[in-house]
Design a protein around this ligand. Structure first.
Ligand code: NAI
Ligand code: MG
Length: 398
């Protein structure tokens, strides 16, 4: 088979570290690919006024698959101060390259699996009958709509007159907000389209069917947010009835779900939600399976076949400066496995996951987070594995 080309997007800080390690693991799995480097992140903001240069978009357009580390981002004003002198006051405004990628390529499906590895000391435990300790197996996949909703970017402070007038046509606005001066109002919209709602719902049901999950849970708040959450739940009922009668449809409210996931997380299979609630519930479940060192994600557009695979953690700048890297690369390895599955290299993904599972269940090689240490350079002296040692351990099982 022809060699695949993968766009390697290390980004900033520990993004660079973990991506390099993931490529070592991919090589060891027998996955044959050529990696082309894509510029993204803070460095390019500072030197070019654009953290997501057009040449990087072109690379992704051409090769379709991106393996991404993490980026550093800072608030607007702090970002402006770090621009190189020649670029200042030229109207450059910082915006997140991750959101930029999603919007540019319409990566509307975000998938975040949270599956516990046996023997991971960070797994969620609870008290059972007679003070026994129970460690339920968590195996949840969250489907998060990735381009709309509260993160869609349609928002104003002191909204333009035409927007304000439009808001005043709503009786609730008149009743609850019209007594406040316009310049003291901020509005962030939550727009759901039928098209993208249907796509995320169908992706969730399809995944449930393909991977033998028995339920799909819509996690929104339709009793209060009637129009958007309400539309999603209604569409889910219709889709389930017509096309997925073999899969149970459950409906939970985001607030209650956050409570239940700390009580009976093993009850859930596939969860589907809008952008913000999907973000929240996936962080919640990630906490039950080990947190940022384990949480991976995929975002893709099924039509174009463009996909970007990344750990959910950030660039952790302080750890990037350590002489010996201490961060856990497993979230990045898991993201690489999602990439392999996306391009139908399931066997290699499975073998990497089995290798990780062996290392974890054996319990000899653990990064500092798995030893519940606070992240300092001295963790290695205290017995924690370095990032490279964890990689070596996984590779030795492949
Ligand atoms: P972060 O995820 O970079 O780090 C938070 C803490 O989590 C770290 O101090 C460390 O204790 C732990 N951690 C993170 N990754 C780990 C790993 N692989 N192994 C072990 N422990 C790990 O989030 P933070 O500190 O809020 O943000 C740092 C920078 O990253 C900011 O500039 C932020 O904007 C950016 N960021 C980027 C993201 C992305 O690229 N997807 C996501 C989140 C934040
Ligand atoms: Mg998040």
């Amino acid at each position: 088979m022809a060699k695949r080309t993968i766009v390697a997007l290390p980004g900033d800080g520990i993004g660079k570290t973990v991506l390099k390690e993931a490529i070592r693991v991919l090589d060891a799995s027998g996955f044959e690919a050529e990696y082309v480097h894509g510029d993204i992140g803070w460095e390019f903001w500072k030197t070019e006024g654009n953290p997501l240069p057009g040449r990087t978009l072109k690379l992704l357009e051409e090769h379709k698959i991106g393996l991404f580390g993490a980026i550093t981002s800072k608030p607007k004003d702090a970002a402006a101060e770090e621009l190189s002198p020649g670029l200042r006051e030229k109207g450059y405004v910082y915006s997140s390259p991750i959101v930029g990628l999603r919007q540019h390529f319409g990566l509307d499906i975000c998938m975040r699996p949270c599956k516990s590895y046996k023997g991971n000391p960070l797994n969620f435990i609870r008290k059972g009958p007679g003070n026994s300790i129970e460690e339920p197996e968590v195996d949840v996949v969250i489907f998060r709509q990735n381009t709309e909703g509260l993160y869609g970017g349609v928002e104003w402070s002191d909204p333009p007159d035409i927007v304000y007038e439009a808001l005043k046509t709503h009786p609730r606005f008149v009743k609850n907000f019209s007594s406040f001066p316009k310049n003291e109002i901020s509005v962030s919209t939550r727009i759901f389209t039928k098209k993208h709602t249907e796509r995320i719902l169908r992706a969730a049901f399809e995944h449930a069917r393909n991977y033998k999950y028995t339920s799909v849970t819509v996690c929104e708040k339709p009793n209060v947010i009637r129009e958007t959450s309400g539309m999603m739940y209604k569409m889910a009922k219709d889709i389930q009835k017509s096309d997925y009668p073999d899969i149970e449809l459950w409906n939970t409210n985001i607030d209650a779900q956050m409570m239940w996931l700390t009580k009976n997380p093993e009850n859930y299979g596939v969860i589907v939600a809008g952008n913000m609630f999907g973000d929240i519930v996936s962080d919640g479940f990630a906490g039950l399976i080990g947190g940022l060192g384990f949480a991976c994600s995929a975002q893709f557009n099924p039509d174009s076949g463009i996909g970007v695979f990344e750990p959910t953690h950030g660039s952790a700048p302080k750890y990037a400066e350590y002489d010996v890297s201490i961060v856990n690369p497993i979230a990045m390895f898991e993201s690489a496995c999602m990439m392999l599955e996306f391009i139908n290299e399931n066997e290699k993904a499975n073998s990497i996951r089995s290798a990780i599972a062996e290392v974890i269940s054996e319990g000899k090689v653990k990064t500092y987070d798995m030893m519940k240490m606070s992240g300092k350079p001295d963790v290695i002296a205290k017995g924690a594995a370095s990032t490279q040692q964890m990689t070596d351990a996984v590779i030795s099982r492949l």
